[in-house]
Design a protein around this ligand. Sequence first.
Ligand code: NAD
Length: 254
Amino acid sequence: MTTHSSKPVAVITGGARGIGLAIGKWFLANGYCIALLDIDQQTLSKTEAALALKEEVLCLHCDVSKPEQVDAAVAQIDAKYGRIDALINNAGVAVFKPIGQTTFAEWRHVLSTNLDGTFLCSQACVPLMLKGKGGSIVNIASISGLRASTLRVAYGTSKAALIQLTKQQAVELGSVGIRVNVIAPGPVDTDMAKLVHSVAIRSDYYDTIPLNRYGTTEEIAQVAGFLCSAAASYVNGQVLAVDGGFEATGVGLP
Ligand code: NAD
């Protein structure tokens, strides 16, 4: 039987580690129950054990690019909490290669995770948001969606499309009480950054970012939290670069 949580509920995709986990912790610390969806069962189980909060945390194995898995996860969230107030579409993968070296399988993997995943999770969560008072969706894109570079044909294209998807969602859902915004992080020290940022990319970023450092996962989480809060009640359809000033420099991506 569906129960109805008295606390607001935030759903975070790719929540087992990195930026997604930091966002989950922000919502927990601010009085929400959270549902963390992730494809990586092993890391998800470790995160679930570390958080050790049975009532406030639901960890669900889910590949966000698979419609049936997304629907099943949202059905479990409905059964446990009966509501969704915030959705953070954070799950993402990166392949840093030029066009000539990117295989079609890599292209599809990046597009289906970063773009289809956001489409599917939003489509599945919105009806539950609308059963309540509406809510807020935050998509996590990247400054790679704002600038072209030689290594990011799949990743940059997926993130640019995510920015346009955000605007489409904001226009369509604003009138029914759901605000939708997108964060474009600069480089943040996570497993993904360790995997795809070569020593050369790291050093170029340090030289070109006005704050001379990578961001932290908490610095992205605070902005996601702000966008879902009443303090941002008139913010809709916006792209917010959280990048230490990199975008403002006009310098090309490393
Ligand atoms: P990460 O690799 O540390 O975490 C990503 C999480 O998403 C992982 O837990 C992974 O298992 C999960 N995931 C991957 N594919 C999935 C799928 N199909 N279904 C469900 N979960 C899936 O990466 P991160 O650095 O924390 O990145 C989080 C988001 O921030 C991504 O969308 C990424 O593109 C974006 N971003 C990261 C940086 C950076 O420098 N780290 C910069 C800009 C944008």
